[in-house]
Design a protein around this ligand. Structure first.
Ligand SMILES: [Zn+2]
Ligand SMILES: [Zn+2]
Length: 378
């Protein structure tokens, strides 16, 4: 008997059931493995569970207070008295034989809450560089009036008198094998071991209420459509004020008027007249980093792409950035007036292009290579 269960729960030895329960619930919320997965904390969580299992059960508590081992049903004071003392102790002995003692006891009113999900729209530049956003979340939170207990202020849950806090009722029937004992959840307390005579009016006894609050979320650079950011313990508080689930913020990236994102690269198309493609030019482009000149070299072909290195989206994990790729589309002049047509004919003559034979290739080269670009872009 090395463990001091009272010290584990941080209560005095003369603490009542209510005080023991309150101390346990407070610690359980704090140390629940879903909230705090650290191995040391999990060890503590097991300790407080073990302590509560004993101290919340009037019979086990009595055995423990008398210096016995409450976890070995057949030994200690409870077991010794068992044979003459009626069915309660008889069932403890049965449990000791069949090893079911650990599964016994009332079930907790406290359960872990659900995870919640919220969609968050971000602009491309926010996804590219990261940002901080305030979001409105609407989740269940611990009820302030009853601190999650579910009992109206000034009242408390009472030990169920039908099962005496055990959460189950046993029945002995005679059969040809002799006496057979069956157990079922207590119908009066639904297996909780306690009843709440006056439920909290604020939460109707649920221990939680819905509330809208503002959370500040840090969005890391490089998030993409469908990226989920996990905020531990910001989800729904569970029944009975149980530990909250997690909140997932799912990123939805708004379309950008100019740039299309593929992975961490950005793509856009610039349309330039044939003359500019031949002579070369500079086109101003508002990138995510500000205004830059896209350098179109003389003799640029339609379908050619010009990469602007490190002007794409930040890589989520590794840092560094993708590229911005400008695809060039050369526009052939349409309606020509007489003078323009004359100049073009002169040019064709000078270049020996009056009757070009053309250069034939299989398939649809331009479209094919552009599709290939699209697949390789990711
Ligand atoms: Zn309440
Ligand atoms: Zn009951």
């Amino acid at each position: 008997m090395a463990t001091d269960y009272y010290a584990v729960l941080g209560v005095r030895r003369d603490a009542g059931q209510d005080e023991i329960k309150k101390a346990f619930r407070r610690l359980a919320r704090e140390l629940h493995p879903d909230v705090n997965p650290d191995p040391k904390t999990q060890e503590r969580f097991k300790e407080i569970n073990a302590a509560y299992e004993v101290l919340s059960d009037p019979q086990k508590k009595q055995v423990y207070d008398l210096g016995g081992d409450p976890m070995s049903g057949a030994g200690g004071a409870g077991g010794a008295a068992g044979f003459g003392a009626g069915f309660g102790n008889f069932s403890d002995i049965m449990d000791a034989f069949f090893g079911t003692a650990s599964q016994r006891g009332p079930r907790s009113r406290t359960r872990r809450g659900q995870d919640a999900m919220i969609r968050l729209e971000v602009e491309l530049d926010e996804a590219a560089f990261g940002t901080t956003k305030d979001i409105q979340v609407d989740t269940a939170v611990v009820c302030n009036s009853c601190s999650g207990e579910g009992a109206a202020p000034g009242t408390s849950a009472q030990t169920c008198d039908m099962c005496r806090g055990r959460g189950e009722v046993s029945q002995v029937t005679r059969s040809f094998l002799g006496q057979v004992m069956t157990s079922r959840p207590c119908p009066q307390c639904q297996g909780f071991g306690t009843v709440v005579p006056t439920p909290c009016p604020e939460c109707a006894g649920d221990g939680r209420v819905r509330s809208r609050r503002t959370l500040t979320v840090k969005i890391p650079a490089g998030v993409d459509n469908g990226t989920r950011i996990q905020l531990a313990g910001e989800g729904e508080v569970g029944p009975g004020g149980g530990p909250a689930g997690d909140l997932y913020v799912e990123i939805h990236e708004l379309p950008h008027p100019v740039f299309q994102r593929r992975g961490d690269d950005l793509h856009c198309t610039v349309t330039i007249p044939m003359t500019a493609a031949a002579l070369g030019t500079q086109c101003p482009l508002e990138t995510l980093d500000g205004l830059e000149e896209v350098d179109i070299r003389p003799g640029t072909q339609s379908g050619q792409s010009i990469p602007l290195h490190q002007r794409g989206v930040t890589h989520l994990r590794s840092g560094g950035r993708g590229d911005l790729i400008v695809h060039v589309e050369v526009q052939t002049p349409g309606k020509l007036d007489a003078q323009q047509e004359d100049l073009l004919r002169q040019l064709a003559k000078l270049r020996g292009e009056e009757r070009p034979s053309g250069h034939f290739q299989p398939g649809q080269q331009g479209l094919f290579s552009r599709l290939k670009d699209a697949f390789n872009g990711r």
